[in-house]
Design a protein around this ligand. Structure first.
Ligand code: 5GP
Length: 205
């Protein structure tokens, strides 16, 4: 059997959907590598450089754009965010699955990427809260952000929500445990997909 290419699981959803927690937990359980993004936004209290994000200055971020280091990058809530090729390619080539927390613009860029390895590896999931009321409650309940930031995130969340149909999979959030069980099941099922390991449906010798 040829070596398996890892799965690249893109996860999007509005702030407060719980997508980051799901992605992190999958990585903590050693089911996948969590792609650490670069961002120009300031670290929140408790966030660690190199663990939560690579926190870069505008100049450092632009240098990486010029160097062709990003698989995708986008402006989200007024800051730049980008996925490093080095956080994805070397892992999927080794057969490791990679999970990415990414906004809808970034997901669209990865989907339109012409690299056959990425195309073959890709699956995408949109995580959404069960109701608009729940979305507002989750966004306003996070006390690490200022009122201004919350208002911007709320506005953007409504825009993000309109993109769920662009994704192959959708998870309507319920309890933490239920969400995680379903999230993990998606990865487990995708690992069984025949077309991942074969060119024509029959395993190669
Ligand atoms: P936060 O600032 O709350 O950590 O993230 C804000 C938004 O940026 C989230 O929707 C998150 O999915 C998105 N995001 C995080 N990393 C990346 C990335 O590398 N690329 C893109 N396009 N979006 C990202």
């Amino acid at each position: 059997m040829p070596p398996r290419t890892g799965i690249l699981l893109l996860v999007s959803g509005p702030s407060g959907s719980g997508k980051t927690t799901l992605c992190r937990r999958l990585a903590d359980d050693r089911e996948a590598h969590y792609s650490i993004s670069c961002t120009t936004r300031a670290a929140r209290p408790g966030e660690v450089d190199g663990r939560d994000y690579f926190f870069l200055s505008r100049e450092e971020f632009d240098k990486k754009i010029d160097g062709g280091d990003f698989l995708e990058y986008a402006t989200v809530h007024g800051n730049s965010y980008g996925t490093l090729k080095s956080e994805v390619l070397q892992f999927i080539q080794k057969g490791m699955d990679v999970v990415m927390d990414i906004d809808v613009q970034g997901a669209a860029q990865v989907r339109s990427c012409e690299d056959p390895e990425i195309c073959r590896a890709l699956i995408d999931l949109f995580v959404m809260p069960p109701t608009d009321e729940e979305l507002v409650a989750r966004l306003t309940g996070r006390n690490t952000d200022s009122e201004e930031v919350i208002a911007l995130r709320l506005k953007n969340a409504i825009g993000e929500m309109s993109h769920w149909r662009e994704y192959q999979y959708r998870l309507i959030s319920s309890t933490r445990e239920e969400d995680y069980a379903r999230f993990r099941s998606l990865l487990v099922a995708e690992r069984l997909r025949v077309s991942r390991d074969t060119a024509n449906g029959l395993p190669k010798k």
